[in-house]
Design a protein around this ligand. Structure first.
Ligand SMILES: [Zn+2]
Length: 496
């Protein structure tokens, strides 16, 4: 970028030189009486020296401009030096968040430019491991919030002026329409960091107080997960490995936004690649691509060019992959193509919005898939949630309250020994550090297939699945609470 602007500068100076020469030179041999020999000699001398003088002038001007432009100017594509003070190496996530919040508040003053505010926020978000940055306008100014481990954490209050210059900067880097503030806009950009780069997807939405910006950060410091990283129990791990051996069929993941479905799919892909090697031809159509996988052909949905899940999936099928990820099935067209692909030698991993594993089938029936076909093509539906993990430094034993005992009883569960969060220095007073997924795995059996094709009903499917060994989400969550991995409150919050 910088090299380009310097080259343009040099070229324009050259052009000025040429224009000046063009204006001066016609006088040399111009119209009028032929010059006397003496005058001719003088003219030749001038004609020979003038371009040299001009060239020297142009070169000098370029040198002056380039050397003046170098200090302080920031190469846009190169890594930038950190703007926030370093963190202690072994600081926990809550401690990192607290220190980063302090540093950001110090770094952003009323005179800080939008460009610098953006640098500071993205750097801060990356060091806290935040997945999203929300910039929410209020009446007077705005509030910046990070999403860390699924929780929204306020980090900074900004003035109206700072908010405006930050929004303007965002529009510039994401190449959005600068003057438009009354319509939603989406874009993306790569942000250079001292230790790599972070990819940002930006969404702007007009609100009554101004444009709200949400930045989703990907690509920095996140390693591609393996099956071992997902938090599966031993039984679930074996079950998923077995499911991933199938040559064809549909494997559904469900759960609310931010429940780790994509992480599970990436973990499954890593496993497939490890087990099948070069025989795993993986292609995906995603929105957004959250992590770059080394061995997969990943395609980003782009509605402005008409590339949606359905058209993307159709194009992928022409490329002969054997493992396909469909980011989400939410319409009849995509459902129909995915089912066909699953019947014809492709292993499809996808997500569907549903309340439970059994509820996935009802959603697909609503999209017009025939019950008998759905029954034969489905391998399993996996529902998942993320619970916060108790801090091991300060967790304490806990006897369920009367209210909790009632809820346990209502779910047909028992238990007297659980754990609670207290908060300490290690966890920044939160009582929790990090999150782990809990799963409800509904693997298809002969009996379930018959039930699904004959009398498809979410309730009766789930009852039969539980008889077959499916552990309901709440049961799984309460088991994790009994092990001291999380609290009963968390179990009820995500699965109650
Ligand atoms: Zn603690």
């Amino acid at each position: 970028m910088e090299t380009l602007s310097r080259a343009l500068l040099a070229l324009s100076l050259m052009a000025i030189g040429v224009i000046v020469m063009a204006l001066v030179l016609p006088d040399v041999g111009g119209v009028g009486p032929p010059p006397s020999p003496d005058a001719a000699i003088a003219t030749v001398t001038t004609a020979a020296t003038q371009p040299l003088v001009l060239l020297a002038l142009v070169l000098a001007a370029i040198l002056v401009m380039v050397s003046a432009a170098t200090p302080g100017s920031r190469p846009m594509s190169a890594a930038i030096s950190p703007r926030l003070p370093p963190l202690p190496a072994n600081a926990s996530t809550p401690a990192r968040l607290a220190l980063t919040r302090e540093a950001i508040t110090r770094a952003v003053t009323p005179t800080t430019s939008g460009e610098q505010v953006l640098d500071v926020l993205i750097e801060g978000a990356a060091r806290c491991g935040a997945s999203d940055v929300h910039v929410q306008p209020s009446g007077e100014g705005g509030q910046v919030t990070f999403r860390v481990d699924g929780q929204l954490e306020p980090v900074l209050e900004v003035s109206h002026v700072t908010l405006q210059s930050l929004t303007n900067r965002l529009k510039v880097v994401a190449k959005l329409v600068h003057y438009k503030s009354d319509a939603p806009q989406d874009g993306g950009f790569s942000h250079p960091m001292s230790d790599g780069q972070v990819d940002v997807r930006l969404s702007l939405l007009p609100t009554q107080h101004g444009e709200k910006a949400v930045l989703r950060l990907t690509g920095l410091g996140r390693k591609v997960p393996t099956l071992d990283d997902l938090g599966l129990t031993r039984t679930e791990h074996e079950q998923l490995e077995r499911l991933l051996q199938k040559p064809q069929g549909l494997l559904f993941f469900t759960g609310p936004t931010g429940s780790g479905k994509t992480t599970s799919i990436y973990g499954a892909l890593q496993h497939l690649r490890a087990v099948r090697g070069g025989n795993a031809q993986i292609a995906s159509i995603e929105d957004p691509i959250e992590l770059t996988l080394p061995h997969a052909a990943q395609t980003q949905v782009n509605r402005s060019t008409g590339l949606d899940f359905a058209s993307g999936l159709r194009a992928i099928l022409r490329q002969d992959p054997n493992i396909i990820v469909v980011g989400e099935i939410r319409d009849a067209e995509t459902a129909g193509i995915a089912v066909q692909a699953g019947l014809t030698g492709h292993l499809i991993l996808t997500t569907v919005h549903a309340d439970s594993a059994a509820g996935v089938f009802n959603r697909l029936l609503e999209m017009g898939v025939e019950p008998a076909i759905l029954a034969s093509v489905s391998l399993a539906a996996i529902s998942q949630r993320l619970v916060r993990k108790l801090c091991l430094y300060c967790r304490a034993s806990h006897v369920p309250t009367e209210e909790q005992s009632k809820r346990l009883l209502a779910a047909g569960l028992t238990g007297r020994a659980f754990f609670t969060s207290k908060g300490c220095e290690q966890c920044g007073g939160a009582g929790y550090i990090g999150r782990v997924a809990i799963f409800e795995v509904l693997e298809m059996s002969m009996a379930l297939r018959e039930k699904l094709s004959a009398t498809p009903n979410t309730q009766s499917l789930m009852e039969l699945a539980v008889k077959n060994g499916t552990v309901p989400l709440l049961t799984a969550a309460v088991a994790r609470a009994a092990e001291g991995i999380t609290t009963l409150d968390e179990a009820f919050r995500v699965a109650g």
